[in-house]
Design a binder for this molecule. Structure first.
Ligand SMILES: [Zn+2]
Length: 645
C-alpha cells in the first residue's frame, strides 16, 4: 500500500531508469546508466548526438527532476597521451594552451588556456562535438591562472590517484540518495551544535525521520577547552555513519575547522560545497596545522585528513537543485562573503518545508563579488547570521571607504613613504588588490609597485581559477579580455626573504600587503619592524583588530612595542609612522544590510532564526526583525532542538 502511494508521488529509481531509456532516441547510443553521487550519468559511445541535441537532456531533466550528466563510454576514450597530442593540435595557438587534466572517474578533460573565450562551445575553430568524438573525453574549458595554484594541483593529483575508489563511492552515494523512502512522515528539526549566541564553531544538524544532514562544522579558534572549541556533536545520540551528508557553506575555519577531524574519526559520506570552497578550505585547514605547530600546540588533525576531504567532496555550482537524500534537495546561492561562499537552501519532503541558512553573508556589492542572492522561490524558515546585529553596527558605504582608502594611500606615497597593509590572505587581500589595480589604472591612485607576501598569492591563484564565482564585471575581464587584474603589472609577489630588499629600499614609495592581518606572526612582522620607525610611512588596517592582539595595541596608539627579533631576542620597535584604520571592506553585512536582506525575503517567511553573533547582537537583530517585519524571530542557544515543521 505504502509503495503504491510512493510511486504516485515521486518516480522510484527503477522507473526513473525506465523513463530515461524510453525518452532517449536510439541515436544517442546509451551504453550504461549509473548513479554518480547525486547525479545520473548516461554513458554513450557517440557523444556527438547528445552534445548537438542538448535539449534532449534538458527535457528529460524537466520530467524526472534529477540532475543528468553525459559521460563517454570508457571504450572510446583514447589513452591520455594520444588525447593530449590531439588537443595540442586542435587548440588554436592564440588561445595559448597551458595544460590538460584528465579525470578518469568522470571521463572529463579540463583544458586550461590563457584565452578560454576562444574555446567556448560556440567558438568557430574549436568544435566541441568534433573534438569529443576524436578523443573520447568530454571537454571542460578552464582559465589558466597567472601563477598555478598548488592547492588545486594537489586536489587534481589526489583525485586522479583515487579515481577508481571515488567512482565506487559515488555509486554508493547515489544508491543511498535514491533509496526508497522508509518513512512517509514529514517532520523537520534543527539541532544547534555551535555558533549560536556566539561567533565560532558554526554547526547544526538538520533532521527528518528519513535523513540527517550536518550543516557546517567549524571550530572556535579563540577557545581553549574542547567543550568550547568544537561543535557539540557529543550532545546528539548519533554516530558518524548515521549522517547522510555534510554541507559546507564557506571555507572559513569557524565553519570548516572540525571537518578534517570528522574524517579522521571515520566519516565516510559525501561532503557538499561549491567548487572553489574545496581548495579554499584545504588551504585554510592546512595553514591552521602550521599555525598550531608554530605556537607549540598539537594540531587536531593531520594533512592526511585534509586530503581525505578532497576524496569525499562533491562540488555543486550555484543555482542547481540537487538531491542529497531521499527527502532533501539542496541549492547553493551566492552569499557574497568570500570566494565560493553559499547560502544553503534546503527543500524538504515534497515541498513541505523550505529552510534557508544564510551562512556569512554580504548583502552589498564589492569588486570581487555580487551581493548575496535573495531570490528563492520559497522560504518558510530563514536562519541568518548577526555578526553586526546591533543597530549601531553600521559601516561606511563602499564609495566612502574606497575614497578614504585612496586618500590614505595617496598621502603617504606622495611623501615618498611606504604603506604597509597587514591583511588576512584569503578574501580581503584580493579585494584590496582589485581596488588598487582599479584606481591606479583609472589614475585616481598614485601609481607605485605593490608587493605581496605570505599565502596571498596562493589565495589569489584560487580566486583567478574560478572567475564564474566572481562579480560580473571582474569575471568578464578575466574570461573575455587580456585585461586581467590578477595579472596586473603593479603586483610583485615576494617568494623568498632575500627579495624583501626591493620593497624595503629607501626612498622608494610602495604598497606592501602581507599576512597576518592582526600583526600576530607571519611575514608582516619583518616589514613592520622596518616601516614603523619612519614617520613618512603608514600602517593601514583594513580588517578588524581583536582585543589583545599586537595589531590592536598598535591601533590603540602604543608608541613602542616588543617584538621577537633575530635568535629569539626581544626587540623594542618604536612606532613613528602614522597608523590608520578603515572600516567598510568587511565581508559581512552591516546591520542595515542584514535587515534589508530579511525584508527582501518577505512575505513568505514564517519564522526567522538568528545565529553567528555575540548574544546581545543576535538578540537585538531578532527583536528588530519581529518589530519591523512582524515575523516571529528567535535566537537559539547551543544544544537546542527546534521543530521547523
Ligand atoms: Zn566567514
Amino acid at each position: 500500500m505504502q509503495r503504491k502511494q510512493q510511486q504516485k508521488e515521486l518516480p522510484t529509481s527503477q522507473n526513473i531508469m525506465a523513463i530515461i531509456l524510453q525518452s532517449i532516441p536510439k541515436e544517442a547510443n546509451i551504453t550504461k546508466i549509473e548513479y554518480e553521487g547525486p547525479r545520473i550519468a548516461l554513458y554513450t559511445k557517440t557523444p556527438r548526438y547528445l552534445i548537438e541535441n542538448n535539449e534532449t537532456i534538458s527535457n528529460l531533466v524537466n520530467v524526472i527532476k534529477k540532475r543528468i550528466v553525459v559521460r563517454t563510454d570508457e571504450s572510446i576514450r583514447k589513452p591520455e597521451d594520444e588525447a593530449r597530442r590531439i588537443l595540442v593540435e586542435c587548440v588554436p595557438k592564440e588561445a595559448s594552451l597551458q595544460g590538460t587534466i584528465f579525470d578518469t572517474a568522470t571521463g572529463e578533460v579540463s583544458i586550461e588556456a590563457k584565452r578560454p573565450w576562444l574555446l567556448q562551445r560556440d567558438a568557430k575553430e574549436f568544435n566541441h562535438a568534433d573534438i569529443t568524438e576524436k578523443i573520447g573525453w568530454r571537454l571542460r574549458i578552464r582559465k589558466a591562472t597567472t601563477i598555478p595554484s598548488r592547492t588545486i594541483q594537489t586536489i587534481n593529483a589526489t583525485l586522479k590517484q583515487s579515481s577508481s575508489e571515488r567512482s565506487k563511492q559515488l555509486k554508493q552515494v547515489g544508491d543511498d540518495i535514491f533509496r526508497p523512502r522508509l518513512s512517509q512522515r514529514t517532520e523537520v528539526s534543527l539541532y544547534t551544535l555551535g555558533g549560536f549566541g556566539q561567533v565560532g564553531r558554526s554547526s547544526m544538524l538538520l533532521s527528518t525521520p528519513e535523513s540527517k544532514i550536518l550543516i557546517d562544522c567549524g571550530i572556535n579558534p579563540g577557545a581553549r577547552s574542547p567543550m568550547d572549541a568544537f561543535p557539540r556533536l557529543d550532545s546528539l545520540d548519533l554516530t558518524l555513519d548515521d549522517l547522510d551528508a555534510i554541507v559546507i557553506g564557506h571555507a572559513h575555519l569557524d565553519h570548516t575547522g572540525f571537518l578534517p577531524t570528522l574524517c579522521k574519526y571515520g566519516y565516510k559520506g559525501p561532503i557538499y560545497c561549491t567548487e572553489p570552497t574545496l581548495p579554499m578550505m584545504n588551504l585554510i585547514q592546512l595553514d591552521a596545522i602550521k599555525v598550531a605547530t608554530a605556537q607549540g600546540r598539537t594540531p587536531i588533525y593531520s594533512e592526511r585528513d585534509v586530503k581525505q576531504i578532497m576524496k569525499q567532496t562533491i562540488t555543486l555550482p550555484y543555482g542547481t537543485v540537487t538531491d542529497i537524500s531521499p527527502d532533501i534537495k539542496l541549492v547553493f546561492a551566492n552569499a557574497g562573503h568570500i570566494l565560493g561562499s553559499a547560502l544553503c537552501h534546503f527543500h524538504i519532503g515534497n515541498g513541505n518545508h523550505n529552510f534557508v541558512y544564510s551562512g556569512d553573508i554580504k548583502f552589498g556589492k564589492s569588486i570581487l563579488f555580487e551581493a548575496a542572492s535573495w531570490n528563492f522561490p520559497r522560504v518558510e524558515t530563514l536562519l541568518i547570521e548577526s555578526t553586526y546585529g546591533l543597530k549601531e553596527d553600521i559601516q561606511p558605504t563602499r564609495q566612502e571607504v574606497e575614497s578614504a582608502f585612496i586618500n590614505a594611500v595617496n598621502n603617504t606615497l606622495a611623501d615618498d613613504g611606504k604603506v604597509l597593509i597587514p591583511i588576512p590572505a584569503v578574501g580581503r587581500a584580493q579585494e584590496i588588490m582589485m581596488v588598487i589595480d582599479h584606481y591606479m589604472k583609472s589614475g585616481e591612485m598614485v601609481e607605485a609597485p605593490v608587493f605581496t607576501e605570505g599565502m596571498i598569492s596562493e589565495a589569489s591563484a584560487i580566486h583567478e581559477s574560478y572567475p564564474e564565482y566572481l562579480a560580473r564585471e571582474l569575471k568578464q575581464k578575466i574570461l573575455e579580455t587580456d585585461d586581467n587584474p590578477f595579472d596586473s603589472e603593479y603586483f610583485t609577489n615576494i617568494e623568498h626573504t632575500d627579495a624583501r630588499e626591493e620593497p624595503l629600499r629607501e626612498n622608494s614609495p610602495c604598497i606592501i600587503l602581507a599576512t597576518s592581518g592582526m600583526l600576530e606572526g607571519g611575514p608582516v612582522l619583518e616589514y613592520f619592524k622596518n616601516i614603523a620607525p619612519d614617520k613618512k610611512n603608514k600602517v593601514l588596517f583594513v580588517s578588524y583588530q581583536v582585543n589583545g592582539t599586537m595589531g590592536r595595541r598598535v591601533l590603540d596608539g602604543s608608541k613602542q612595542v616588543p617584538m621577537l627579533g633575530k635568535e629569539g631576542k626581544i626587540e623594542i620597535v618604536t612606532i613613528n609612522c602614522s597608523v590608520e584604520r578603515l572600516d567598510g571592506f568587511s565581508g559581512h553585512s552591516d546591520y542595515n544590510q542584514l535587515m534589508s536582506f530579511v525584508q527582501k525575503l518577505r512575505p513568505k517567511l514564517r519564522r526567522v532564526l538568528v545565529n553567528h553573533g555575540e548574544r546581545k547582537k543576535s538578540e537585538n537583530l531578532a527583536m528588530n526583525i519581529r518589530r519591523m517585519y512582524r515575523v516571529p524571530a528567535h535566537y537559539p542557544q547551543i544544544q537546542e532542538a527546534i521543530k521547523l515543521f
